[in-house]
Design a binder for this molecule. Structure first.
Ligand code: GLC
Length: 495
């Protein structure tokens, strides 16, 4: 069965979207077999200092616009097929697609993603007669977007289905097939996400899963040192320092707090949380005002800089999600900022921190506008408008975004559904009362990055932002001067 402790997170994160969109409850009809464990991750043993593992075959991903999709077959070969204990659900109403082959880019080569993608693709093949080639995506959202853009802007039809980030609809719209005529209005999904994915009246991607940044903390260590879960960054710092000092006596590799500090999209997510928690605004406000250059943002960034090399490893400025999780899941950190997927992996049967941690909203900053802030993430599925196999590509998207598959993904890898009904699944309610004890803390909702207002320029805005923040973290610039130049840079990007 699903680890029971997983569900409160699903409730918590869903609650903010539910409260924002007023989603209705209904009961999904499927029932999915849950695995008892999540496979262990290769990263967990050592302190990672380098970039995450790339796909194991050099040609397992398309790197040029005109690369041949045959690379996808090699990528398939690197993906473990599972041991048969994880069973993908049946989904009704799919067409006969015998003889058709499609190519999809979904998970990166990390943790259980590729294996679970393959199990689902095998089920789709069984249900339709189609063949699905899976190509590994880049681990960094920023790098992934660069490759997608190379391929799509060249008019490539090599990849039929792309997994796209919640911040990209304005960027990828011109290359996307409008899914509304075939998938309808998707009324059973969170309206906010469907709206996010609708550009100039066209549904450019279907919601696959949603995400929100969370603070992970070691319940056993907080208890050992007599702490309550931290409500503010100042409390987190104090606790991290004390626990680190104490644990170092027996474990020299121990750190207080791990997060994502590399110059890439993940740092935009982390830093937006810091600055919003300080009441520092949203980088670019919904009306287009560039607001990033203000004292609250400067204070938030200076505070984060103070963590590097003290309560966080010096190498944290090169960490993505899996590097942070590697330290955390080896039992070498008191706190971690990460997405919900890390919850399932941390509670795997062979995990040294199994049942020794919990999650909560990220802490509040200081000042008048201090609040909890958790960045909204999530992934969608897009069909390449140049695809030669649109019927099959759309059927695959329909399959993957179905309630049955979303429930499978929730149970097997803690991917949060985009279908409100799944948060009221009777199997879940039997175990948990609706919503968790932290629901009220999430009530303000997750924080969206300024992607709607920046539209096709979002990646330039985010790149300017994470580059400046990384320079502050690594001591190349102080926060005030970095923010003054950043304001000018973002203003000219958006002009
Ligand atoms: C997660 C989020 C995504 C975000 C990325 C940054 O995958 O779902 O929205 O852009 O992390 O690393």
């Amino acid at each position: 069965m699903l680890p029971k402790r997983l569900w409160p997170i699903l409730f918590l994160v869903a609650s903010l979207i539910l409260s924002a969109c007023g989603g209705q409850a209904s009961t999904p009809s499927s029932s999915t077999e849950a695995p008892t464990t999540a496979p262990a991750d290769a990263n967990t043993g050592a302190e990672p200092t380098a970039a995450p593992a790339e796909p194991t075959t050099a040609d397992s991903e398309p790197t040029t616009a005109d690369s041949e999709p045959t690379a996808a077959d090699d990528a398939d070969a690197t993906m473990p097929a599972g041991d048969g204990s994880i069973v993908a659900p049946d989904v009704a109403g799919l067409p006969d697609l015998t003889g058709i082959t499609i190519t999809a880019i979904q998970s990166a080569n990390e943790n259980t993603g590729p294996m679970l993608d393959r199990i689902l693709a095998d089920k789709f093949e069984e249900l339709t007669g189609a063949k699905v080639n899976l190509v590994l995506g880049e681990t960094s959202a920023t790098d992934r977007l660069a490759i997608y853009r190379q391929q799509l802007s060249a008019g490539s039809a090599d990849v039929d289905v792309y997994q796209v980030d919640v911040i990209w609809p304005g960027i990828i719209a011109e290359w996307a097939e409008d899914l509304a005529p075939s998938l309808g209005t998707l009324d059973n999904h969170f309206k906010a996400i469907v709206d996010n994915n609708t550009v100039d009246g066209r549904l450019v991607a279907a919601p696959y899963y949603t995400d929100a940044g969370l603070l992970y903390y070691r319940t056993d260590l907080l208890e050992k040192y007599g702490f309550e879960p931290p409500q503010t960054w100042a409390e987190l710092e104090e606790q991290a320092r004390t626990i680190q000092e104490g644990e170092r006596a027996t474990n020299p590799d121990f750190w207080g707090y791990v997060w994502q500090g590399k110059a890439y999209e993940g740092l935009t997510c982390n830093a937006l949380e810091w600055q919003v928690s300080y009441g520092g605004g949203f980088i670019v406000e919904p009306d287009g005002t560039v607001s990033v250059n203000n004292p609250q943002v400067a204070a938030a960034l200076e505070r984060a800089k103070g963590w590097v090399g003290t309560i966080s490893p010096p190498g944290v400025t090169t960490y993505q999600e899996e590097e942070a999780r590697g330290v955390w899941q080896a039992g070498n950190a008191a706190f971690m900022r990460n997405w919900p997927y890390a919850y399932a992996l941390g509670n795997a049967a062979d995990s040294v921190i199994k049942d020794k941690f919990d999650v909560m909203p990220l802490p509040k900053g200081e000042g008048d506008g201090a609040r909890n802030a958790d960045t909204l993430g999530g992934w969608q599925l897009m069909v390449n408008k140049n695809s030669a196999n649109k019927e099959a590509a759309i059927a695959y998207v329909k399959f993957l975004t179905s309630p049955e598959v979303q429930k499978f993904n929730a149970i097997n890898r803690a991917l949060l559904p985009t279908i409100p009904a799944l948060y009221e699944d009777p199997e879940i309610l039997e175990v948990y009362p609706f919503y968790g004890p932290l629901q009220s803390v999430f009530v303000d909702g997750a924080v969206a990055r300024p992607s709607t207002v920046s539209a096709d320029l979002y990646n330039d805005v985010s790149t300017a932002y994470f580059t400046a923040v990384n320079q502050v973290l690594t001591g190349q610039q102080d926060a005030s001067s970095a923010l003054a130049s950043l304001e000018n840079e973002i203003t000219s990007i958006l002009r």
